[in-house]
Design a binder for this molecule. Structure first.
Ligand code: ATP
Length: 314
């Protein structure tokens, strides 16, 4: 028996729009059964990557495979194995939700009886309303239901929680967990780091059409910046300060308080806390706070200041 193909593989994937290069050679491997989150600033190329996978647009160079097939030749049989939520969903039809899903089911293939109703119920969508008159958030629910309803092997979701209120977002996160439990693969894009942090196993940070970081969410968290506050006895302060300066990954040490008996310091660590804790433990420690790692700061560091990150890139 041959090994099952990855859900998504790309090698040197390039996309140009005229003279503008949106993707500069992307290498991606998304194994089956993972939730893979792609994050990046506006114009980084997230939507472009997803559209290439769905064969809505075609690459200017490089290779890609989706569920072991080339999207350019996979046709409707491959399309049925994928659920796609586009970034911008145009729902101008005069039909009601129920009729629209019946139409979508003709394209996506078998939908188990009761699935649409159950998803609509979970997300709080009224299937009897004409879709044209729905609010932005309710239109997004239509998009999510049509992506999930045929239980596809791969879900490609472009900004899935855009316009959803927090309770509906929670329900959507539960849907993602269930999809993963069933062995489905999810590839989602987001502007919101906390969402990727909560839902994804792996994260790719895209900037100006290049992947600048590929990591598991766990590993990113371990390498993330933590803020630390230390209070030591006055007599130990100078020695403690010298010991901390030598700790790998330590940031600048800022003195934040002095009450005569104790002195307070504030700094950051961007590596394991072990060396830090062992270094400070030798001194007369009055207080110690190590904050939760700040992933936002780490990710923004990868975004960088890069004028080519705008739509004006050549
Ligand atoms: N049809 C097009 N014609 C010309 N340029 C395009 C086209 N579609 C996208 N681009 C450009 O390609 C780059 C990548 O766009 P893309 O929409 O993939 O980014 P994104 O990461 O999804 O951004 P956002 O977070 O704003 O949705 C941008 O510079 C964009 O202006």
């Amino acid at each position: 028996m041959t090994e099952r193909s990855a859900a998504v593989t790309t090698r040197g994937l390039i996309k140009r729009y005229g003279s503008h290069t949106a993707l500069h050679g992307i290498d991606l491997d998304i194994p089956r059964g993972r939730v893979f989150g792609m994050i990046g600033p506006n114009g980084a190329g997230k939507t472009t990557t997803m559209r290439l996978l769905l064969d809505i647009i075609r690459p200017s160079g490089g290779q890609l495979q989706v569920l072991g097939e080339d999207p350019r030749t996979g046709g409707s049989s491959l399309r049925r194995r994928v659920g796609y939520l586009p970034g911008e969903l145009h729902l101008q039809a005069r039909v009601r939700g129920r009729e629209l899903f019946a139409h979508y089911a003709e394209i996506s293939g078998t939908v188990r009886a009761g699935t649409v109703e159950s998803l609509a119920d979970r997300l709080g969508l009224d299937l009897s309303r004409p879709v044209r008159s729905l609010s932005k958030g309710n239109k997004q629910k239509v998009g999510l239901i049509q992506a999930f309803m045929h239980e596809p092997e791969l879900l490609v979701l472009d900004e899935p929680t855009s316009g959803l209120d927090p309770l509906v977002q929670q329900e959507f996160h539960a849907m993602l967990r269930e999809a993963k439990d069933k062995g489905q693969t999810v590839f989602l894009s987001s502007h919101v780091l906390s969402e990727v942090q909560q839902t994804a196993d792996d994260i790719a940070i895209l900037r100006s059409g290049r992947i600048v970081k590929l990591s598991t969410v766990g590993a990113l968290r371990e390498s993330a910046v933590r803020h630390v506050h230390v209070v030591v006895a006055e007599a130990d302060f100078a020695a403690a300060r010298s010991a901390l300066i030598a700790v790998p990954g330590i940031g600048e040490l800022a003195e934040t308080g002095d009450d005569g008996a104790t002195r307070a310091l504030q700094t950051t660590i961007n590596s394991h806390v072990d060396a830090f804790v062992k270094a400070i433990a030798r001194f007369d420690l009055v207080d110690l706070t190590i904050e939760e790692p700040d992933l936002e700061e780490t990710v923004l560091g990868f975004y960088g200041t890069d004028e080519t990150a705008t739509d004006g890139e050549r």
